[in-house]
Each structure stands twice: as C-alpha cells, then as structure tokens.
Design a protein around this ligand. Structure first.
Ligand code: NAD
Length: 481
C-alpha cells in the first residue's frame, strides 16, 4: 500500500477510463495526484472522492500554457513532481484517407502527440534539476501494428512510442525514466466511441470483443493502471525507453484454434529440404526434374491445385503471388532444360534482348551479350559435350512489381566422349560443378525474362579440361557445318 508513498503525480486524462483507474491506484499506494483533464465535472467528482490526496485541474493538453501551469502548480503545491502520466486521448480522425480533413489531422496530432510532447517537455523542465522522475505515456498496440485502428490514431501512437524511446535516451543520465504503455482494447468510453457512453455500452463492448485476445476478455482500466503503477514505482527503477504491451495477448496474434483451417488441419506437411532434393536421373538429356525448380511455396500450390479444396483459405492475391512465383521458377527451369535438351529456341526465349552474365568460374568471361549471341555461344559449347545434366532447386526471393530476383542452387555434370586422340583418358572425361545462381528477371509483355545471371561456383571436381575440350569441339563442329 505504499509503493508510491510520498510521491506526487500528474495524470492527464485522469477523469475517465484508464486515467481515472490510475489515479485511484496511485492514491491507494500513497501518492498525491493532480487529475488534469478537460472534463471538469467528472474530474472534480473523482478528486472529491479521494480527499486531500487528489486535486482536479482543468487542462487542455493541446495548450502549452495549461501544461506549464499544471506542472508548476504541482511543484508549488507539493514541492516536487515525481511522475507525469501523459494519458489523455481520443479516437482521432475517422474514415478514409481521402475524406480526412486537415483540421481533423491537426486535432488528432494535437491531442495524441503534441499533448504528450508538452507533458514530457514541462515535466523534464522540473525533473532535470531534481535528478529524478518518471514520465509515462499512453501509446497503444495500434502504434505497433496498422490495420486495427483509424489511420492517424495509429500513426500518432507510433510517434508516441518513438518519442518515448528517443527522450528516454536524453533524460536517462538525469535519473529520469521514460516509458510508455501500449494497451490493447480496454473497455472505456474512448473504445466505445464517445466520452458520454454509460456502463451498458461498456459491458456490450466487453462482451462483443472478448475473443479478440488470447486471455478471453477485453482489458479493464485497472489492467493498464496496474502496469502504470509498476512502471511509476521504484520496482521498475532499471526500466526506461520501454513500450510495455498490456493487451491480454491480442498483439501476439490469433490463438491457434482460431487460425485458418490450412494451418490447423491435421495433414502431413510437405517440405523440400533447403538444399532441395536433387533429381538423380540417368546422365543425359532431360534429366532435371521440373518440381525441383519450384521454390518452397510450391508444395502449397500443388496441394491447392490437386488436393482437397474444402476450406482452403487462400485469397486471390495469395494465389496470384504463388502463380507468379511458379512462372518465375519456370523461366529458371527453362534455362537448364534448354541446355540439357539442346533446345535453343527455348533457351533463347527466356532472355531479355541483352543479358548480363557474371561468372565466378575461371576461364568463362563475364559481360553483357545480346541474347542471340549468348545463345549461339551456348549452342557451340554444348555441342562439344557428349552429355550434360543440370539439377537445381529454385527459390524466388523477391518480386517487386515488374522485377524479381531468385536464387537457384545448381549442380551440373558435363561429359565429353573419348572419341579421338585429343580426348581425355578414362576417368578424366567428367567435370562436375555446383554452386548457386543469383538471377534477376523483368516482366515483359510475353512473360518473365532473365536479364542478369550471376553464377557463383562453390565447388567442382573432375577434369577442368573438359569444358575447354567441349569448346574446341563445338567451334570445330560449327565451322564444319
Ligand atoms: P477515456 O475516454 O475514458 O479517457 C480519455 C480522457 O482523456 C477523458 O477523460 C478525456 O476528457 C481526456 N481528454 C481528451 N482530450 C483531452 C484534452 N485535449 N485535454 C485534456 N484531456 C483530454 O479513454 P481511455 O481509453 O481511458 O483513454 C486513455 C488513453 O488510452 C488514450 O490516450 C487512449 O488513446 C489510450 N488507449 C486506449 C485504448 C482503449 O481501448 N480504451 C487502447 C489503447 C490506448
């Protein structure tokens, strides 16, 4: 009962909801509190109920003079200011971004951000010479996550979190702690939509939103007040710059059993190992498995296409994204298939007009080539191999509008036949290398095309002469024809 014994505090928004509950808790723990609020009747009533330990002062938190006066008044009355809780707030501008007026923007930021700024500024003015003090601000989980509150409310609360952290860094060396609380849904007039609502509306809100948090009930003002009490007390003496979430678990997400059926359904998982499963086929043409070229999302895609559809929750956008990734993987697949099958039309079709090639392999020149020239080079080189085999796994890394990057793991085996006197000795006819490609693609009118291919060879074995022999043979073949 004496966690704040002898301390003084100002609580803005102290006439109602979270503020009023905090006033009661602070007083119960030995503090003297100024209730600083725009609602005079409610504030006076609460002050009267609490006797000498509380006083009401009418304050508009958007007005610097009001804040200066309440801070100076506290010091005059009780000799010091140990804690300010910048908590006053309202729901701010509602509606779509286009219909939000500049006036609504200004008042939202005046109350939710400027009000907090002024409270911090004037509290710091008197706390710095004291070399002690606690500043608490009310932010919100809306400041950590968009999509569950009005635009400007969310932005203003995010700013309060940043302001808290930033100022904590400045005032820490003066022994002043600065923290904020991020409440989830709390049954107060603000959450119910109007300062005038009664208990009935609050009960209705609490009932309707009970399942929005893991702990199965909405917050009550006392839940936040207890967190404020702890942060204001010496028990939290080593805590500053902190955004304390108090939300019954809502910010953590939805409980498992309330997640989408594809997550909760009891079915075997389909996974490709990160390295991918290599297709070990017969050495020769067409030995790479198409499935291997599809990235980790694609088992889900296949499941969707071929598997039971009941309850599949994939949205159109998610589906489009998976199909996009599949299309990109197909281009990379065509790269190796074209080479292995000597399908030069397919091979040519996957590049933009000019193609940048970057090789970490000694002896192969990096550069920018016309797609035609590059395909002719490849055709000549591969004509000299008696067999090639590429295997690969592909991961679409990023799609950014009309540009994409993907990374493909790669293993390639090249053989030259020992046909003539320049051929390698037995056991020396093979050249195997592995590594990864970093591919860049752009979307063109006829689909995704490769615009840059960087091959990073990380291991190789076999006879390094094999590609050179193949190149010589390829040149000979093409000049013969
Ligand atoms: P509430 O409506 O019960 O209390 C808000 C108080 O702020 C009122 O007494 C009001 O008179 C006062 N106030 C508003 N504008 C003022 C101004 N310009 N000057 C002085 N006083 C002013 O609501 P609450 O839920 O207790 O809100 C307290 C804080 O908690 C707010 O900052 C709010 O944004 C935040 N919050 C609330 C919830 C929630 O679900 N209730 C969730 C997250 C954060």
């Amino acid at each position: 009962m004496d966690r704040l014994s002898g301390k003084t505090a100002i609580i803005t928004g102290g006439a109602s909801g979270i503020g009023a509950a905090t006033v009661r808790h602070f007083v119960a723990e030995g503090a003297r509190v100024i209730i600083a609020d725009a609602q005079e009747e409610k504030g006076q009533k609460l002050a009267a109920e609490l006797g000498d330990a509380a006083a009401f002062q009418r304050v508009d938190v958007t007005q610097e003079e009001d804040i200066r006066e309440v801070v100076d008044g506290c010091v005059e009355r009780w000799g010091q200011l140990d804690c300010i809780f910048n908590n006053a707030g309202f729901g701010g501008a509602l509606g779509s971004i286009e219909t939000t007026t500049v006036e609504e923007f200004d008042i939202t930021f005046d109350v939710l951000l400027k009000g907090v700024f002024l409270g911090i500024k004037h509290a710091a003015r008197v706390m710095r010479p004291q070399n002690s003090g606690v500043i608490l601000n009310t932010a919100s989980v809306a400041g950590l996550k968009t999509g569950e509150s009005p635009h400007l409310y969310s932005v203003a609360k995010a700013a309060v979190i940043h302001l808290t952290r930033s100022v904590a860094l400045e005032l820490g060396e003066h022994g002043i702690r600065v923290n904020c609380i991020c409440p989830g849904i709390v049954a107060t007039p603000l959450a119910a939509g109007s300062p005038k609502v009664g208990q009935e509306a609050l009960d209705k809100l609490a009932k309707g939103l009970a399942r929005a948090q893991a702990l199965g009930r909405v917050g009550q003002p006392e839940d936040i007040a207890r967190a404020a009490l702890w942060l204001a007390s010496d028990e939290a003496e080593w805590i500053t710059g902190h955004a304390q979430v108090v939300d019954g678990g809502a910010f953590a997400g939805r409980p498992w059993h309330r997640q989408a059926e594809w997550i909760t359904a009891d079915r075997p998982s389909e996974a490709l190992s990160p390295g991918g499963s290599l297709a070990h086929g017969e050495i020769g043409l067409d030995s790479c498995g198409r499935e291997n070229f599809h990235d980790l999302w694609n088992p889900a895609l296949r499941h969707h296409r071929g598997g039971p559809k009941r309850g599949w929750p994939m949205s159109g956008t998610e589906m489009d994204l998976l199909l996009e990734r599949a299309a990109i993987s197909d281009v990379v697949y065509a790269y190796a298939t074209g080479l292995d099958r000597r399908d030069w039309a397919l091979y040519r079709s996957i590049f933009t007009d000019s193609i940048e090639m970057e090789f970490s392999t000694a002896g192969i020149r990096s550069g920018t080539y016309s797609a035609d020239k590059w395909a002719r080079n490849a055709e000549r080189l591969f004509a000299g191999f008696s067999a090639t085999q590429h295997t690969s796994t592909n991961h679409v890394h990023q799609i950014n509008g009309d540009e994409a990057t993907c990374v493909s793991n790669m293993q390639a085996e090249h053989f030259v036949a020992r046909l003539d006197d320049e051929g390698p000795a037995e056991g020396q006819d093979r050249w195997t290398l592995g590594g990864y490609y970093v591919n860049e693609l752009v979307r063109q009118s006829d689909g995704w095309k490769l615009t840059k291919v960087a091959l990073n060879v990380t291991w190789r074995f076999g006879n390094p002469e094999v590609p050179l022999i193949a190149a010589r043979r390829g040149r000979a073949l093409s000049s013969d024809s």
